[in-house]
Design a protein around this ligand. Sequence first.
Ligand code: IMP
Ligand code: MG
Length: 180
Amino acid sequence: MNVIQVSDKKFSLSMSEKEILTQVKRVASEINRDYEGKDPLFLGMLNGAFMFAADLMKEVNVPCRISFVKFSSYQGTETTGNVQEVIGLKESIKGRHVIIVEDIVDTGFTMQKTLATLEKSEPASLKVCALLCKPSKLQVDLGDALKYVALNIPDDFIVGYGLDYDGYGRNFRDIYTIVG
Ligand code: IMP
Ligand code: MG
């Protein structure tokens, strides 16, 4: 099944689960090396990162915790402007080594805001582990916070392995690129 229909668009197979898992294992081994004895707290960003987080965590072998959160951005009152918050964060991240697990960094704006919001809670360190990055679309400099990237991809819209088009397609085990 190399071409699939998701909602009103067609997508073709671009990365098999096997290829994805090879790179997931590679970033997990970098994390295992860097976080030995640091008791990291992984924050999986819902919804997109659920599948990546599950596979990544199976390869992480340092003692750690994981929690799932959602980043929400909404228009507040005139004086406060655009309000951002991380919903679902139960534990304190103050003094913790935090690794944000994200599906994809596209323009980077979402991650820039997420980092700024979490930084206010004074973690000991704050890094991003992204499944995918579209380097040609990055518009902000995330500096050394964007430390772990499993796969760099071209500027094409993709679905599968947790990522959606119009809410659909998250359940596919492989990644598909939009056709045309
Ligand atoms: P950014 O703020 O532009 O970096 O957007 C990041 C968010 O856009 C991701 O967390 C995804 O939810 C979504 N996104 C960006 N590119 C894609 C894609 O190719 N497929 C599905 N979702 C995407
Ligand atoms: Mg997302």
